[in-house]
Ligand binder design. Structure first.
Ligand code: SF4
Length: 251
């Protein structure tokens, strides 16, 4: 899996995989991607998702800010917590620690106390360690390069992509379980292409240049509310006209 750094920030979406190293396994993957869908289908996928999101996207508090610190807090909370529950803690945490500097110098026991009820306390510990590193090593400013984000405690590929697209409006892809389900169903990916590695490559390919922040929220929302795990609500899905799972198309 190539690091996010290999994805040129302003590259057109269909060229993204062109920057990946052409080792034999990668060449095979690239060939599979080129067969993924006609560019018009991918454009329809992007357009339908984004216009649906503009009309029906969830109004969540962390979507009203571009403050990378607040977005990081929300993303770390959401790592193992449902949206509704995270909403109960998000404002409270930011009121107690409104800046990265305040979280960095806070007493660890108090941070734990503020986090109590969310569980998985290691997340709070990593969040504070990340805050301390940002203050100590980046002068309190969040780095905008994926390779600098991904080495911070508790920040993986997904969180780095979320930070880059939501806070910095970079053309970075994300992949969570909701997005993976939408991609798998829409493109009717066969089992051998449902690997995390391949799905990340698909996500990078279909993320539209200049609109990653909208597209990423849209695909996660559609997976959370419509293309749900057990009984997808295809009758109200904006992707239905082109969805290969619903239309029984084979690739
Ligand atoms: S049409 Fe159905 S299966 Fe296809 S993306 Fe929409 S909800 Fe998912």
């Amino acid at each position: 899996m190539p690091p996010l750094a290999r994805v040129k920030a302003n590259a057109p979406p269909f060229l993204w995989f062109g920057f990946l190293p052409q080792k034999p396994a990668m060449a095979k993957k690239t060939a599979a991607l080129q067969r993924l869908a006609h560019p018009a289908t991918v454009r329809a996928f992007q357009r339908r998702l984004i216009s649906w999101y503009r009309a029906y996207g969830r109004d969540l508090p962390w979507r009203r800010t571009r403050d990378p610190y607040a977005i990081l807090v929300s993303e770390v909370m959401l790592q193992q917590t449902q949206v509704q529950r995270a909403m109960l803690y998000y404002d409270k945490f930011l009121q107690r620690y409104p800046t990265v500097e305040e979280l960095a110098r806070a007493d660890e026991g108090e941070v734990r106390e503020t986090w109590e009820g969310l569980g998985y306390y290691a997340r709070a510990r990593n969040l504070q360690r990340t805050a301390q590193k940002i203050v100590a090593e980046h002068n309190g400013r969040f780095p905008k390069r994926p390779e600098e984000l991904i080495v911070l405690p508790g920040i993986g590929q997904y969180t780095a992509g979320a930070m880059l697209s939501f806070a910095f409006r970079r053309d970075a892809a994300i992949l969570d379980t909701n997005a993976a389900r939408v991609l798998t169903r829409f493109f009717a990916l066969p089992p051998e292409q449902q690997t995390t590695s391949f799905l990340w490559t698909v996500a990078r390919q279909v993320t539209p240049s200049g609109q990653a922040h909208l597209f990423n929220q849209a695909i996660m929302d559609l997976g959370a509310t419509t293309c749900v795990a057990r009984t997808p609500r295809c009758s109200v899905c904006p992707l239905r006209p082109a969805c290969r799972s619903v239309n029984g198309e084979q690739r």
